[in-house]
Structures are given as structure tokens and as C-alpha cells.
Design a protein around this ligand. Structure first.
Ligand code: WQD
Length: 333
């Protein structure tokens, strides 16, 4: 059985990907320092899949401990999700973000090279596109220009490091998956997006409003060049996103291969709010406020490359994501 090391595997996207890996018959080791997730996710993963991943509560910055894992396990591939990921927090803790995200990745690469583990899937982000002339993002675009926050720059820098490492090590197969806006959760409602502290992203904020933990949602600007003036994003169901990782794993090629994982369509902030209200029957109070610094108006994926080369495309809708979110809310009031 092929064994996969999943860093950050108790996090939002990592845990959903572990579910799909186990369902697809892979053996999974998770390494996570639990700085933004909970160990209880492991039991939820087992409840969903009937299988138990091996869990190591370790920090990727602890290189000797990480090396020990590679000494005692023969990994078929590494899926690297672990990283600090709050856009706003990265602006007040730039050193911590660069140190943690980049050194963690260098430690992974060192272990892979020394232990001849030749397949890596990296959790990248649409943020690396920075500012473009077109709201539709293509993998061929130049990246790194106009990125507005240290978090996004760590993703861009890591992509560039991986391209350099690949050039010096042709035996490696490296896949960069650029996510757009993941929402929703596993239909069981057992796992979901549950960040520690104050959420940045819109869906966890809507969830907090629905739970009564936040009085109303602040809509950051309605003067963008979009149909209703609010931001437009490519909201992809996290289960579709997770399945994209399985497809990528099955199509690993030598060198660096880059794929957008998105639906290819955009919905506005107001459309998301109205959909949530329609499906939940619950009002989501909101107030239009000033734009959030660094935000773009409209961003969505062109995912034709992933569709064609990975044989993957999204199957689920925003409505599915909201329905699944409501199931999560039922179990996590
Ligand atoms: C979406 C839209 C906001 C919150 C970020 C990261 C990206 C990726 C996804 C990790 C925008 C609006 C939001 C709120 C709002 N993360 N909004 N009120 O900024 O597109 O992308 O998360 O990989 O890397 O940059 O996501 O959910 O923060 O914002 O009006 O309270 O919702 O203005 O138009 P974003 P988001």
C-alpha cells in the first residue's frame, strides 16, 4: 500500500484530503503541530472512512524529528499543506510567516532528497497571481507581481524554490496546486473549517454570524467593477478540492507541473450571502463598509489544464457547500 505523508493533515483542506486518500486506498501519516487545528479531527476522519491515519504531533521546524519519520517510513509521496495562512495576521507577523512557511518547506525538501522520496504536491494559492490584467487566472501567467501580503509572498517564494530544486533534481515530480476560494465541508458535517481565533475568510465569518457569535457581516466594498459591486470569487467545494489532490497524485510527472483548482466560475459576496439565506432560511445581517486593503475585485480560475491533464473537474456547487456547512453547524453549535 502506498504511504503518503500529509503535513498539516488536521487542517481544513488537509483533513478533507486525508479522507479522500484513505477512501482511495492510500496509507496516510499526518504530521501537524496543531497550531490552527485540533487532534480530535483524527477521530472524525476515522469515523468517516473507517480507517485511522497515523498522527505525529510534530513541528516541521524540528528537522531531526522530521528526519526520523523519513528514516522509519518509506513514503510514496508528500502532500504539503502545513503553513501559517492568515492574510491579515501575516501583515503583523511577517517574520514568523516567512520563517515558518519557508523553513518548514526547506526541511521537507531536505528529507525528501536525503531519503529519495521523489513526489511532492504543494498546497499553493491563487494569491500568487497577484494583480493581473484579467480576472481569469491561467497557469501560464507571470506570478509574483503585486502580491499584497506576506502570506501570499511565502506561497510565491516556495513555488520559486520548488522550481529551482526541480531544476537541480530531475528525478523529482513536483505538482503545485493553486487553490481559489475553498468553502463547505464533508457532507457528514463531522469535519469543517474551524480556524482558531478571528476568521479572515468570508465563509467562516458567515458561519459565525449564523451562530450568533458575530452580530453582522461586514461586506468589504460594493464599488468594484462587478455586476453588483461586491467582490467576485471562485468558490470551490473543499471536497472537490480534496479530490483534485487524488487526481494530481495519480498523474504525477517529472519536473514541476502547475494546476489551478477552481470551478471556473465566479460568484459575488452578495450572491453568496443570498444563497446562504435562501438555503438556511436564516437572515445574515450585513453592512457595506470600505474595501479591505489588498483585496481584488474579481478573481476566478481557468481550470482547463486540470480538467484535461488530471481528468478532474468540480462536481459540487455553492448550494452543496452551503447545505454541507449547515450540516456542520448542526453538529458544532
Ligand atoms: C473573499 C471575498 C472579500 C470577509 C484569501 C486568500 C487566498 C485563499 C482564500 C488561502 C472578498 C469578501 C471577506 C469578510 C467580506 N486562502 N469578504 N467580508 O481574500 O479572496 O482569498 O482566502 O490560500 O490565498 O488571499 O478570500 O474569503 O477573505 O474574501 O466582504 O468578512 O469576500 O472582500 O471579496 P480572498 P476571503
Amino acid at each position: 500500500m502506498k504511504k503518503i505523508l500529509v503535513t498539516g493533515g488536521t487542517g481544513f483542506i488537509g483533513s478533507h484530503t486525508v479522507v479522500e486518500l484513505l477512501n482511495a486506498g492510500y496509507d496516510v501519516d499526518i504530521i501537524d503541530n496543531l497550531c490552527n487545528s485540533k487532534a480530535s479531527v483524527i477521530d472524525k476522519i476515522s469515523e468517516i472512512t473507517g480507517k485511522k491515519p497515523t498522527f505525529y504531533q510534530q513541528d516541521l521546524l524540528n528537522q531531526p524529528a522530521l528526519d526520523q519519520l523519513f528514516q522509519t517510513n518509506k513514503y510514496y509521496a508528500v502532500m504539503h499543506f502545513a503553513g501559517l495562512k492568515s492574510v491579515s495576521e501575516s501583515q503583523v507577523k511577517p517574520y514568523e510567516y516567512h520563517h515558518n512557511n519557508i523553513v518548514s518547506t526547506l526541511n521537507i525538501i531536505k528529507c525528501m532528497l536525503e531519503h529519495k522520496v521523489n513526489r511532492l504536491i504543494f498546497s499553493s494559492s491563487a494569491t500568487v497571481y497577484g494583480t493581473q490584467d484579467s480576472p481569469e487566472c491561467f497557469e501560464s501567467m507571470v506570478t509574483g507581481q503585486g502580491i499584497t501580503n506576506p502570506y501570499g509572498r511565502t506561497k510565491y517564494f516556495i513555488e520559486e524554490i520548488l522550481k529551482d530544486v526541480s531544476a537541480g533534481h530531475p528525478e523529482l515530480s513536483i505538482t503545485l496546486l493553486r487553490y481559489f476560494n475553498p468553502i463547505g465541508n464533508h457532507p457528514s458535517g463531522l469535519i469543517g473549517e474551524d480556524p482558531n481565533g478571528i476568521p479572515n475568510n468570508i465563509m467562516p465569518v458567515i458561519i459565525r454570524v449564523a451562530q450568533g457569535k458575530i452580530a453582522k457581516l461586514k461586506v468589504f466594498g460594493n464599488d468594484y467593477d462587478t455586476p453588483d459591486g461586491t467582490g467576485q470569487r471562485d468558490f470551490i467545494h473543499v471536497v472537490d478540492l480534496a479530490k483534485g489532490h487524488i487526481a494530481a497524485l495519480k498523474h504525477m510527472q517529472k519536473g514541476v507541473n502547475i494546476y489551478n483548482l477552481g470551478t471556473g466560475t465566479a460568484n459575488s459576496v452578495l450572491e453568496l450571502i443570498y444563497s446562504f439565506e435562501r438555503i438556511s432560511g436564516q437572515k445574515i445581517p450585513y453592512e457595506i463598509v470600505d474595501r479591505r486593503p489588498g483585496d481584488l475585485g474579481a478573481v476566478w480560475a481557468n481550470s482547463a489544464k486540470a480538467n484535461a491533464e488530471l481528468g478532474w473537474r468540480t462536481q459540487l456547487t455553492i448550494e452543496d457547500a452551503i447545505t454541507d456547512t449547515l450540516q456542520y453547524l448542526k453538529l458544532h453549535q
